[in-house]
Design a protein. Structure first.
Length: 181
C-alpha cells in the first residue's frame, strides 16, 4: 500500500476548512471551546476563527502566556492567598502589576491569622531572615522579633477599637486611613 503525503499547502487548506467548520462564530467563542490552549494548531484555528484579526489573536496569546489566563480582578486574591508558599510560582503578570491590594475578605480577623498574613507579606519565599532585615529597620532598640510582636499587638488593639480603620490599614488602603484619622 502506498502512502500519499499531503503537501503543507494542502494540509493548511484542510486545517482552515476544519477550523471554519468547527469554530464558526466569534473569536471569544473559539477561546471558550479551545480551553485557552496555546499550541500551534489551536493558534492557527484561532487565527481562522478571528477572521484574520491578528491584533486580537496576539493580544490574547500574550495574555494567556503572560497571565496564564488569570483575570486581572483575581490578581490580589492570588498574590495575597494564605496558601501561597513561594511568590515565584505566580505568573509574571501578577508579579509585574504596579499595585495590588489584598481583597477585603482576606484581611485577617484574629491575632494568629494577622501574624501569618504579615509574615507572608515579608517572606513569600520561605526565608525567615527577612523579618529580621525588614523589622530591624524600624524596630529601634527592640529586637526584631519583639518589635514584630509589639506591632501585631498594636494592630489587634486597633482592630478592637476601630474595625474600619484596622481593615483599611492592614489592607493597604492608605487614602481611607488618612480620611479616617
Amino acid at each position: 500500500m502506498t502512502q500519499v503525503r499531503v503537501s503543507r499547502k494542502e494540509r493548511r487548506k484542510q486545517q482552515a476548512a476544519f477550523g471554519q467548520q468547527r469554530y464558526e462564530g466569534s473569536y471569544h467563542q473559539f477561546l471558550d471551546t479551545s480551553g485557552r490552549k496555546t499550541d500551534i494548531d489551536t493558534l492557527l484555528a484561532g487565527a481562522i476563527a478571528s477572521g484574520g484579526d491578528f491584533t486580537t489573536l496576539v493580544s490574547d496569546m500574550h495574555g494567556r502566556i503572560y497571565a496564564e489566563g488569570i483575570a486581572e480582578a483575581d490578581y490580589g486574591r492570588r498574590l495575597f492567598s494564605p496558601t501561597l508558599g513561594d511568590i515565584r510560582s505566580l505568573p509574571a503578570a501578577i508579579l509585574d502589576a504596579k499595585e495590588e491590594l489584598p481583597p477585603l475578605d482576606l484581611i485577617p480577623t484574629d491575632r494568629g491569622a494577622l501574624e501569618t498574613f504579615l509574615r507572608g507579606l515579608m517572606m513569600r519565599n520561605g526565608a525567615d531572615n527577612n523579618i529580621d532585615v525588614i523589622v530591624g529597620g524600624w524596630a529601634g532598640k527592640l529586637a526584631p522579633k519583639t518589635a514584630f510582636d509589639f506591632h501585631i499587638h498594636a494592630l489587634v488593639t486597633l482592630r478592637d477599637c476601630d474595625q474600619e480603620l484596622y481593615t483599611a490599614l492592614v489592607g493597604g488602603r492608605f487614602g481611607l486611613v488618612i480620611r479616617l484619622t
